[in-house]
Design a protein around this ligand. Sequence first.
Ligand code: SF4
Length: 301
Amino acid sequence: MGAGRSGKSTLAVALAQEGFGFLSDDRTFCSWKKDKLSAWGLATTLKLRSDAGKHFRELQAKQPKYLPNGERGFRLDVIVSLDGPPALHDQIRRVPHAFEQIKTGVAALRSFRPEIIVRARCTVQKANHGSLCEVVKSAKEIGLNSISFLAADLTSEAFNRPQGWAPERQDRVALNADEADALEAEVERLVIERRLDLKSGFVVESAGKLRRIVLHFHAHLGQAPHVAPSCNAPWVSSVIEASGEVRPCIFHPSFGNIHDQPLRQIVNSPKALSFRAALDVATNPVCRRCVCSLHIPRHEE
Ligand code: SF4
């Protein structure tokens, strides 16, 4: 508890980064459904003060913006997965009425905090490669603030796949040659038909980044080389998994676990330092197949 601007959100984010599982900066939301009580802590947009870069290195290169209350600061947003227009989203998630639940959830969040930013992320794969324009339309219809696209990861050991996917499993998600061509056409249609959404930032990726998604699938088919993205994720961020494992990014192996050592020690351990010293993103085979990179420019860039 604390007065406005006393640093509740800053403390909540810092503790979440240290691995605390349930936190709230202000209030806790509860619901009772099918004899089950659920509670959400950080369910709404967190606002951090304009000096948050002192505490969060990932914000140092960013400029604070004016918030609805007229103060300058940073907003941390809610992101939902959206796999397609309603019927396709439900089919891919294998959850009846899943799309409707997102719509209801967004409306519920907005009833608590009308200004909350809710963004969508769409993973492009076999089942939805021809529906990108439709998913943008659906995101608009339910009032989301933006949508971004990324290619499905087919080969890494991330996402709880210690041995990676077997080829048959990859084939259920990857595109064949005809589907890769169809995706190429769909991306070009998106670039033309949704040009105003690209221009406004509602579709987060540039045309070039959308075309990289097509390249990813062509490369998987051996029709083009794998090209690593521009990325400095291991130098500017860490991924903490629910188990406490700390990785330099989603795709490279863990350095340690926050249940055994403090985060600061893990990211500065000899193992972490030598990993970063040896990593050449442009040639590393994992990086060359990466679907979700991060690049935070340095001040002088
Ligand atoms: S390119 Fe991808 S795999 Fe390589 S360091 Fe960046 S996020 Fe990790």
